[in-house]
Design a binder for this molecule. Structure first.
Ligand code: FE2
Length: 275
């Protein structure tokens, strides 16, 4: 499995978590969504627009639990077109440290074992995201590398992506370019002196989207992928949501730059996979 991960940059582990655990996490998120008032915050997250890069609600969300809506959530009158849970793009970025149910899902001996096998000296879960990919309006995620956003020196970011519902080509599963993680990091995203997020081009080579393969993942699947592995997902035009939960892990032995977008207060120290 390790050789496969190193060759392709991606490893798909079916039945890693139980369907009961997936359901419990979805239920906990539903409770959090029920308590969220979209009238108070109208922050949209879309990878096809840069609006969130200047949005303080997004930029300061690294150690909080915040709600981001889909670009297509509202009708012309400003009302939600679908149920609240089917209007959200994601929730992030510290459920794993602030909510006991998410904490327990995110820290298990099995996950600690995976991180150990991958060679982490001192893994730290730097962020968690709950991705809704709602029916009909779930937006496209353009091709990117996660180390663009979660950058360490040397690079150490690895994504742990859990399918909480079946992810298929119909509802916008992730797609990867096998082996492309061996190519350079294309961009780095960081805070400039004005506190705004900007992208620096490190290598202008475009991603070869003709080479992507779908990573279909039944509920309970864990997809582990290298921080340099280019990936994207198409829009969800189907009638079924595609809920997923992700953790991004860095090695605390590496340098974490102070101008990375994601910063945490000292009251929330970085922790690994052990409960
Ligand atoms: Fe990503």
């Amino acid at each position: 499995m390790l050789a496969d991960f190193e060759e392709h940059g991606v490893l798909i582990l079916r039945d890693f978590v139980s369907l009961e655990a997936c359901k419990a996490l979805r239920q906990r998120m539903q409770e959090m969504v029920d308590a969220f008032d979209p009238g108070t915050v109208r922050s949209v997250f879309s990878t096809t627009s840069d609006a969130h890069q200047a949005d303080d609600y997004f930029i300061t969300s690294g150690d909080k639990i915040r709600f981001f809506l889909e670009a297509g959530a509202f009708d012309a009158d400003g009302s939600l077109r679908q149920a609240k849970v089917d209007s959200l793009n994601k929730v992030g970025h510290a459920m794993h440290d602030l909510d006991p149910v998410f904490d327990a899902f995110s820290r298990t001996p099995e996950l600690a074992g995976v991180a150990d096998s991958l060679g982490f000296e001192q893994p730290g879960i730097i962020q968690s995201m709950y991705i809704f990919k709602p029916p009909r309006i779930g937006g496209e995620v353009v091709c990117h590398q996660d180390s663009t956003y979660i950058y360490t020196e040397p690079e150490s970011c690895v994504g742990f992506w859990f399918a909480l519902e079946d992810a298929t080509t119909e509802n916008g599963c992730m797609r990867f370019i096998p082996g492309a993680h061996r190519a350079p990091l294309r961009k780095r995203n960081f805070r400039n002196d004005q506190g705004r997020l900007v992208n620096e081009i490190l290598d202008g080579t475009p991603f070869d989207l003709a080479d992507t393969v779908p990573a279909e993942a039944p509920a309970g699947t864990l997809v582990v992928f290298d921080g340099r592995a280019p990936h994207y997902s198409g829009p969800n035009l189907s009638d079924r949501s595609r809920h997923a939960y992700t953790l991004h892990v860095i090695d605390q032995a590496c340098h974490y730059p102070a101008n990375n977008w994601l910063q945490r207060s000292d009251e929330l120290p970085l922790r690994g996979f052990l409960p």
